[in-house]
Ligand binder design. Structure first.
Ligand code: HEM
Ligand code: SF4
Ligand code: SF4
Length: 525
């Protein structure tokens, strides 16, 4: 097979992420790969910041005169406890900026920001703002030269807002900063901003189902250990105490949080605001800018629905609701699709027990929930046509998806690729059907395992095949003739290797069992 024809154009940012993912897969393993857990890792870092922050609050002296001395005491006198906590607080805060930004760029590069995803995208942006401003008020509390620099820069920025003009600067340039104002910043940092951030994070993931907010335990422990090691090797320290009568000279800036401040040396406050707001607005509007693709929402056919709720359980976007039966049939429940939440992924069609191709073999196959753009009946027809078109010794069908490796590139006389919207829309009975109709083997190559475009499609598929999730792949399907391997657009060589190994395995099987293994015709349901 020509390897060159397997390489595909992928946007450069996504290509970088895919390469990073592959690299981390080698060093961390798929399960602990941080690139697959950027959102949950951000949550975890937030918990670390919260717990260390609560610890630091106890010895912290929350007044303008006592703050610096108390932080110094923690850093030097109690370096083994409060000092380490301070460093952990600092480094986890820096790390969260990195993970959130990577999470954002990755979602963008993967096209996860348009259509039904606008909600997750748009609600993510205030989180980023809140994380950064939380860090800024944190630096303020140390009341050292860096805090002074941040305080003056922030006052300039705030005073440029017409409603506040002059109000901020008045709090401290006239000689000293008032305790009242310092306590206000303290209140914001310790209570106000974390609570708002928590609420916004809940809002951010509200529309997704089965949301996990904790990363795998190994990744969490590893992250904590790495941060602790860094805290011991390079403890966070303060600058000299703040002195409003002087201009601080040498400032070691935290670029993760304070990158806007050096701009104020060259730009006016107004220009800095315009830049920040323009970037924010541009990012916010991205979901409505071209290119835009929206598939048709799933459609329910109550005549073929028994209200089993499997589609409801598997929908990754909470786009299905369950209600009392309205059509007078003997079943208790029925389901309703909420079109504006529907990702048009088709995972529900793969979950529906009525999507069984052995049913109504000479008539159109109707199912309980289906995709107008690729109905289950059409999937059965494509499967039939693909098998009929193969002439090779060992006939292999490869089901793939629109977002992973393009399986059509594997086509030859013995191999036919069939692209679905998502591998999760493949009903297990269709695999059984393909083997029964004459395919020697079926391979499924959706997205990489932890990186499904529709969150859970390939995972649910694997669980169905492993008998761990309904509808399960029935016992009569010969597992040796089925192979599942996730692959991204750039994984041509890997998928080709997998296919060749599978072909060898099938050939051995065929030799061991001369003649085709004949399966039952499958049950009508
Ligand atoms: C503190 C900040 C943030 C945290 C802790 C966070 C966390 C998460 C988590 C846990 C998920 C669910 C992932 C899943 O289960 O599939 C998620 C989804 C998402 N996030 Fe964030 N996020 C943050 C900021 C952002 C930002 C700044 C953006 C972009 C502007 C963003 C865009 C998205 C999108 C588009 C999804 C949906 C992904 C999908 O539909 O598959 N997030 N986030
Ligand atoms: S197509 Fe996907 S998002 Fe829409 S209802 Fe089905 S499973 Fe849910
Ligand atoms: S999976 Fe099929 S039968 Fe079950 S509730 Fe959904 S549409 Fe109805």
């Amino acid at each position: 097979m020509n390897i060159r024809k397997l390489s595909v154009p992928v946007n450069p940012v996504k290509r970088v992420f895919l390469a990073l993912e592959s690299w981390f897969n080698l060093s961390f393993g798929e399960q602990w790969n941080p690139m697959y857990h950027l959102g949950t890792l951000s949550f975890f870092l937030f918990w670390v910041i919260l717990v260390t922050g609560i610890y630091l609050f106890i010895p912290f002296h929350g007044s303008i005169n006592g703050a610096y001395a108390s932080v110094e005491y923690m850093t030097h006198e109690q370096w083994y406890a409060a000092g380490v906590m301070r460093s952990l607080h600092r480094y986890a805060s820096d790390a969260v900026v990195v993970t959130v930004c990577l999470h954002m760029v990755k979602e963008f590069a993967s096209g996860h920001y348009q259509g039904f995803r606008w909600f997750s995208w748009v609600t993510g942006i205030p989180n980023l703002w809140m994380v950064v401003t939380l860090g800024i008020t944190g630096y303020w509390l140390v009341w050292d030269e860096l805090a002074q620099y941040v305080a003056i820069g922030s006052a300039r920025l705030m005073d440029a807002i017409p409603l506040l003009s002059g109000a901020m600067t008045r709090n401290f340039v006239a000689g000293e900063m008032t305790d009242r104002f310092f306590i206000l910043i303290e209140f914001l940092h310790l209570l106000g901003q974390p609570l708002i951030l928590l609420f916004m994070l809940w809002f951010h993931v509200k529309r997704l189902s089965n949301v996990k907010i904790n990363p795998p335990r190994g990744l969490a422990v590893g992250t904590l250990l790495a941060l602790t090691a860094l805290s011991l090797l390079k403890p966070a320290v303060s600058h000299a105490p703040a002195d409003l009568a002087t201009v601080p000279q040498v400032i070691q800036l935290d670029w993760f949080y304070l990158n806007i401040y050096p701009l104020l040396d060259r730009w006016t406050e107004g220009q800095a605001w315009i830049l920040s707001l323009a970037v924010t607005w541009l990012i916010t509007l991205l979901p409505w800018l071209p290119p835009k693709k929206d598939g048709a929402a799933a459609v329910v056919d109550l005549e073929h629905c028994n209200g089993c709720e499997l589609c409801f359980d598997d929908c990754p976007y909470d786009a299905i609701s369950v209600q009392a039966r309205t059509d007078g049939r003997k079943f208790e429940k029925e389901i309703v699709v909420i079109p504006e939440l529907c990702a048009a992924c088709g995972i529900c069609a793969g979950a529906c027990p009525s999507s069984n191709p052995f049913r109504s073999r000479n008539r159109e196959l109707k199912t309980g929930i289906d995709m107008p753009q690729l109905p289950v009946d059409r999937m059965r027809t494509i499967t039939d046509e693909a098998i009929d078109s193969l002439t090779g010794e060992l006939k292999i069908l490869v089901y793939g998806c629109e977002h992973g490796f393009n399986v059509n590139r594997l086509d030859d006389s013995a191999t036919r690729g069939i692209r679905l919207i998502c591998s999760g829309m493949l009903p297990p009975t269709l695999v059984e059907y393909a083997l029964y109709k004459g395919a020697d083997g079926v391979m499924v190559a959706g997205c990489r395992y932890n990186d499904c475009h529709y969150r859970f499609g390939n995972r649910w598929l694997k669980q169905r095949f492993d008998g761990k999730r309904k509808p399960v792949l029935r016992g009569r399907a010969d597992r040796r003739r089925i192979h599942v391997h996730g692959a991204a657009e750039t994984d041509g060589r890997e998928i080709q290797r997998e296919l060749e190994q599978f072909r060898v395995q099938l050939a051995e099987l065929k030799q061991a069992v001369p003649g085709d293994v004949v399966l039952d015709a499958g049950g009508e349901s």
